[in-house]
Design a protein around this ligand. Structure first.
Ligand code: 8HG
Length: 335
């Protein structure tokens, strides 16, 4: 557990003696798109249909606009507060190269986000930049999500699936999703259909009239079921949706399904791996395999420190590599 105690006060909850949690590291490391930094350094986020504000004060973190009930039922898991990040960092820092990235992003925590929101968000992320991903998600939320008032401003929850059902490709395009719009429409339909059948099954209706193969074809898009699969099966199952390839599947699995052996390789992680491990210019899938073999169950965490380090420092593979003596690196890429 990475905090000592939680106490409620009028308007919020204060976490005492929090370890391994820097607001900018966690909210700006690429895993989430709905947190905005304020002029005073606080962050305001729209999460699970609520708006909360976080302030870091010395060792404590104050969560405004919430209560103890939500803290216990939502935020403790969302912020992954029961996990001891010191031991993860210690383990990863045994690698002299990763140590540098871990020290840089020492306050990163992997948020446990909502699978539906993260699935759509990372479909939007494909071949996109983070500011545009954020803007598209904001447009989608403003148009279809529920308004939430906070401090005289209106925020918008990420839309529920019912609010997106029936939308046309052009509706997503109007929010800025461009070529990904057809994937969003298709994904919303597939998830809704799975949910419908499950509801019917609970009421003992339609599964009697469906043959098992047709039933399986619909149910394979049930996000709850996908989340329960093991890491490999989950990664494969997510790619049944159109618009989801290995990289996007890894992000969804890591950021909303607790699959910590995921190793999403985008251009930043690729550059970081090349920079740190002097990798030859190999393909993304090969870097993924290398990363997973090297970091195992901690791959997702390692990836996040690397992504943050690479992006914040704008590292380029033409930069001087950190280590240029191959014999000193534990495991240079070999293919
Ligand atoms: O956290 C992330 N990890 C990786 N590997 N890729 C990410 C993360 N977040 C994020 O937006 N991306 C992708 O990187 C989306 C987009 O393709 C690019 C933006 O720099």
């Amino acid at each position: 557990m990475d905090f000592k105690a939680a106490e409620s006060f009028e308007g919020g909850v204060i976490l005492k003696e929090v370890k391994n949690f820097e607001l900018n590291h966690t909210f700006d490391c690429g895993q989430c798109f709905r947190w905005e930094k304020q002029k005073n350094g606080n962050y305001i986020g729209t999460v699970y249909g609520r708006v909360i504000e976080l302030e870091k004060k010395d060792e404590d973190i104050i969560i405004y606009n919430t209560n103890m009930e939500d803290f216990n039922s939502l935020w403790i898991n969302y912020f992954d507060l029961n996990r001891d990040y010191s031991s993860i960092k210690e383990e990863l820092s045994k690698d002299p190269l990763l140590k540098e990235a871990v020290a840089y992003g020492h306050g990163i925590r992997i948020l446990q986000q909502d699978p539906f929101e993260i699935t759509l968000s990372f479909i939007i992320s494909a071949r996109n930049s983070i500011p545009i991903i954020m803007r598209t998600i904001k447009n989608l939320s403003r148009t279809y999500g529920k308004p939430i008032e906070y401090k005289g401003e209106t925020y918008y929850a990420f839309p529920e699936i019912e609010e997106l059902r029936g939308l046309e490709v052009t509706d997503y395009e109007a929010c800025g999703a461009s070529f990904r719009s057809k994937y969003l429409k298709d994904t919303v339909e597939k998830i809704s259909n799975a949910e419908d059948i499950i509801k019917d099954m609970e009421q003992e209706k339609s599964h009697f009239i469906m043959d098992p193969e047709a039933l399986e074809e619909v149910l394979k898009y049930d996000l709850n079921r996908i989340k329960e699969l093991n890491d490999e099966e989950c990664h494969t199952a997510l790619q049944n949706f159109s618009g989801i390839g290995p990289k996007v599947a890894d992000c969804i699995a890591l950021f909303s399904m607790k699959k910590y052996s995921s190793f999403p390789v985008d251009v930043w992680v690729k550059r970081a791996m090349q920079f740190f491990y002097l990798a030859p210019d190999v393909s993304l899938p090969k870097i993924r395999i290398f990363g997973r073999n090297k970091f195992g169950e901690l791959s997702g965490f390692a990836q996040q420190y690397l992504f943050y380090y690479a992006r914040e420092n704008n590292i380029n593979i033409d930069d001087e590599p950190l280590v240029n003596n191959l014999s000193e690196t534990s495991n240079p890429l070999e293919f």
